[in-house]
Design a protein around this ligand. Structure first.
Ligand code: PLP
Length: 280
């Protein structure tokens, strides 16, 4: 099941070609996106996703996204969805056609959650650490690298996932050359130590996650301590649980890191999922 809405407020057939071949989003990856989880017709964290879309667009010097138009597209897709209880809703916003009048291209596409993601939510996954060659301070020193923007240029992230598969794993934990932990290619890393949740700071040049923020909100209410601080790889092995979180995958347990089994965090996983779901 797929439902497509366009920035002008119309619905379109997702099977029909619509994007021009000279769209800069296509030929340069010059645009931004968001993926929102919709459950039983309710988009989760939509305000935060739209805030982040605007922040990413500003980092790329794109025109400010028309928030009302994006909200309208979301409503259109949700109202016309006749698929399963959950939907992945992708919002895309590009610089428009090369040499054009600067009108951005925008659309919202709702799709089913893949069986692969659903399986990983339930069973957990194996991850590998891979270097991303980003050192602390770089994001601030070199804003043109767009570190921490959710740009359409995700070819590197996808290549890292293929490398993980070659190494017999399903996911990646990016690290700096000096062994600091960053994030997954499409997820935020959350570590559990006792009754404490820890995630690396977005100042390292990683995406501030809406799911991580939601989980921290829920955990704080229940008396957990939450920390945003740098982590090194050794701390991942010493943790009680390691999780990759994102809108579509929700909270996914990492059971194996670089071929080594991590402590069993099945019960912890169930506890975090319950915390997170109680928010909605
Ligand atoms: N980090 C990166 C690089 C991502 O692409 C994503 C989402 O796709 C996330 C983290 C998690 O963000 P969210 O929880 O808002 O989905």
């Amino acid at each position: 099941m797929r439902v497509l809405a366009l920035l002008d407020g119309t619905l379109a057939d997702p099977g029909t070609p619509l994007i021009r071949v000279d769209d800069l989003g296509l030929v340069r990856g010059d645009g931004v996106f968001e993926t929102v989880l919709v459950v039983a017709g309710e988009p989760r964290e939509l305000g935060h996703h739209l805030d982040r879309l605007a922040r990413s667009a500003a980092m790329l010097d794109l025109p400010e996204p028309d928030r009302a138009a994006f909200e309208r597209m979301v409503g259109l897709v949700v109202d016309n969805w006749a698929g399963g209880r959950e939907m992945a809703l992708k919002l895309v916003y590009t610089r428009g056609v090369e040499g054009g009048d600067g009108t951005p291209t925008g659309f919202a596409l709702g799709t089913d959650i893949s069986a692969k993601v659903a399986g990983q939510r339930a069973a957990g996954l194996a991850a590998v650490t891979l270097e991303r060659g980003v050192e602390p301070g770089l994001a601030e020193r070199a804003p043109w690298l767009l570190l921490g923007a959710k740009s359409l240029s995700y070819a590197v992230n996808m290549a890292a996932l293929r490398e993980a598969e070659r190494r017999g794993a399903a996911e990646v934990v990016f690290t700096t050359s000096s062994g600091s932990v960053l994030e997954g290619p499409t997820s935020t890393l959350v570590l559990v130590r006792g009754r404490e949740l820890v995630t690396p700071p977005s100042t390292l040049g990683i995406l501030p996650g809406t799911t991580q923020a939601a989980l921290f909100r829920a955990a704080t209410r229940e008396g957990w301590t939450v920390k945003v601080e740098p982590l090194v790889v050794d701390e991942l092995y010493a943790a009680d649980g390691l999780f990759l979180v994102s809108s579509v995958r929700k909270i996914t347990r990492v059971h194996t890191l670089d071929g080594k089994a991590l402590p069993d965090s099945t019960a912890l996983h169930a506890e975090l999922v319950a915390l997170y779901e109680a928010l909605y």
